[in-house]
Write a protein that binds this ligand. Sequence first.
Ligand SMILES: *Cc1c(COP(=O)(O)O)cnc(C)c1O
Length: 370
Amino acid sequence: MPKAKETVLEIDLGALTHNFNYLKSKLRPQTRFLAVVKAFAYGSDSVEIAKHLQKLNVDYFAVAYTKEGVALRDAGITTPILVLHPQPTNFKLIIERCLEPSIYNAKVLNEFIKVAEQEKQSNYPVHIKFNTGLNRLGFWGNDVDYVVSKLKHTTSITVKSLFSHLAASEDANEIDFTQRQIENFKGIAKAFKTKIDYQPWLHICNTSGVLNYPDAHFDMVRCGIGLYGFGNSEKEDKNLKPIANLKSVISQIHKIEKDETVGYNRAYKAKGFEKTATIPIGHADGITRIYGNGRGYVIINGKKAPIVGNVCMDMIMVNITDIDCKEGDEVIIFDTDHKASHFAQYANTISYEILTAVSQRVKRLFINSI
Ligand SMILES: *Cc1c(COP(=O)(O)O)cnc(C)c1O
């Protein structure tokens, strides 16, 4: 692999194929695969990721907001797209761009029906979200009769699926709670299906749900983090490949004497003769200030270099006193060997947050596309 010459997020499409195939191998053949590509496909690039997955015949996409779905349509993505968290102000646009809304409460249901009728739609596909314990979005189980009564009074929409979301599918201490969520969902789905004369699909599993609850795959699963190479456990991380490598380069090396300081607010003071390297990546690129002052490390020529002083907007300084390196050498923030999930731990956070934090300013470079 060529060494980085500037700050770059390398995106390994071969690893994406591997992860997709691995997750699919966990499913029964008839279970559909929805790829969650919200937040720029977890900080990578939603358009290139969606194009690649569309070639692999993924069944569905999901995004969080309408704008994200529009971007995929603008890029020529034709696979169905579920919008997980739409707002009524975007319903006309949703219909214009053939996006499929999650309907999560009475207000959204009534507004969507109103707009679908205005737009002279018939059987427009929607997905009804039920809350089974996450207490974030969704109708409650006792809303089934209300939702069905609304459906009986319009031909403008049709329910493509009923779904829910697990609160702790990755957590072995919460198996009982998760099983109760699944049972609750089954009960809701059964009640719903007996009251209408067609069969919407059912889905509840995210990546950890797919891996830990094989009996709850139902008709479709919704995978995000697994596609990007993380399985929320050491065991599963071994079966997946991180698709994103964040790399940079040493811009400049400084030699400083004892008691000289580094960076804004003079937050770091040298303990003796030291060498520091300045790297062109800062909080505007996704390295939050939490990583400053020795909390975070980067890798230079295989060795850990701690971040010294405060993280700046466009750069960090790292201590390279004991590292043999020169200006222009490659710097690894995270990659397949130094995982983003590990880098996340320095800041007490999780892979999801680190990946999605890589800002749009960072150049994306696609590798292994065939
Ligand atoms: C983000 C999201 C997912 C994907 O979860 P992963 O843990 O990344 O697989 C699935 N479903 C919903 C509703 C989501 O918001």
